[in-house]
Design a protein around this ligand. Structure first.
Ligand SMILES: *Cc1c(COP(=O)(O)O)cnc(C)c1O
Length: 365
């Protein structure tokens, strides 16, 4: 077992990597988040000492005392990003500095230490290099990366932890576009909200997800695919889905997305699509959109398309919207031309098939 040293990382290679035959079989049709690579990145933090023990190591279970803080008070944050294959066989990350900064913002909100951007970038780059054979090559597939941080001090007092563990996992994921792109049906949650002003809506923390599971289960019971949340104060403004931001496309080729006022997660896909849409000559508004207006515009034809976006599923068109007292269709409930154009524009950049005009790619090898 050779230990090479990257700038800050000790690299401990797995002595029992998955065999190449088995790996090839696993990469054929991976379900989201079920298959993981041979290695993981870890860095420890201790108050007074700071960040230390940066490692790429064989992926293994953690040993945590039952009184570990994260298990009781959910002091946990995470990121989601992908490494993409390039046409020449290399691999690239997409805007990883944006993930580094968002993790720092989430850390601030959850009273956790800030991981320096350089350490974050090295952790994901080194993990992708160590597990380079795990990046799938099929069209639309990628290596999903899950950086996260947990409070590891073993004590139940109600104050921030003095110890933390940062870790990155890598998981090959298949294309979301198999068999064409079908539009999803959304359930408007009236019983639940996702985020209140002053809460943690703009932090990427596990607690937000735990709190949205009941709403998502309700959506499934109602025969829908995903839940869409309204604002917590007026129960009127469309905010976002459980895990994706939302866009509206109008008959004058303008597009609109709710503004980042603190209760919406600032998606990197959202931000990238705003830039790409403007590059394509579309007018983009970051303005609130009321649920009644959404229904009226869908019914009058002023609203032509709507879609959700995020790293995992990229761009997913919204075909129908249902709630307790309403149900409406958008366009002909299929993926519309503007949605398709934006999705293609984003994928072309991420897969290195067009010029990277905004310097979004971070080549790993
Ligand atoms: C992660 C996430 C998104 C999408 O963010 P991307 O950076 O585009 O992947 C949107 N909404 C919520 C609630 C999220 O957690």
């Amino acid at each position: 077992m050779g230990n090479d040293k990257a700038a800050n990382f000790v690299i401990e290679r797995s002595e029992k990597p998955v065999s190449s035959d088995e790996r090839v079989a696993l990469l054929e049709n991976p379900a989201f988040g079920r298959i993981f690579t041979d290695h993981m990145a870890t860095i420890r933090y201790t108050e007074g000492r700071g960040w230390h023990e940066a490692k790429i190591q064989p992926r293994t279970a953690f040993e945590l005392a039952p009184q570990t803080r994260v298990l009781h008070y959910a002091q946990e944050i995470f990121e989601g990003m992908k490494a993409y294959r390039l046409p020449d066989g290399g691999a690239t990350l997409f805007r990883p500095e944006a993930n580094a900064r968002r993790l720092q913002n989430s850390a601030r909100r959850l009273a956790m230490p800030s991981l320096p951007e350089q350490l974050f970038l090295e952790s994901v780059r080194e993990l992708v290099r160590a597990d380079r054979d795990w990046i799938p090559t099929a069209e639309g597939s990628a290596l999903y990366l899950r950086p996260f941080m947990i409070a590891t001090e073993g004590a139940l007092g109600m104050n921030p932890s003095s110890e933390y563990l940062y870790c990155v996992l890598a998981s090959p994921v298949g294309s979301y576009f198999k068999g064409g792109s079908s539009a999803v049906t959304l359930w408007i949650s009236e019983n639940y909200t996702r985020a209140a002003p002053g809460g943690t809506g703009d932090a990427k923390c596990g607690g937000n997800y735990a709190a949205s599971l009941a709403a998502q289960a309700e959506a499934i019971r109602e025969g829908c695919d995903q839940v869409v949340f309204l604002d917590a104060v007026e129960r009127r403004w469309v905010e976002e889905l459980g895990v994706m931001n939302v866009f509206f496309v109008f008959d004058d080729d303008s597009i609109q997305t709710p503004p980042l006022t603190g209760t919406i997660l600032p998606g990197i896909t959202r931000d990238s699509l705003i830039v790409l849409a403007r590059d394509l000559g579309l007018t983009v508004r970051e303005e609130p959109y009321a649920i009644d207006q959404w229904q009226a515009d869908a019914q009058s034809g002023k609203l032509r398309e709507a879609f959700a976006c995020g790293t995992a599923a990229v761009v997913t068109s919204i075909g129908k919207v249902k709630g307790r007292q309403r149900a409406f269709e958008i366009g002909n409930a299929e993926t519309g031309p503007v949605t398709e154009r934006l999705k293609t524009a984003l994928l072309e950049v991420q897969q290195g098939r067009v010029e990277d005009r905004n310097s979004w790619l971070d080549r790993v090898f």
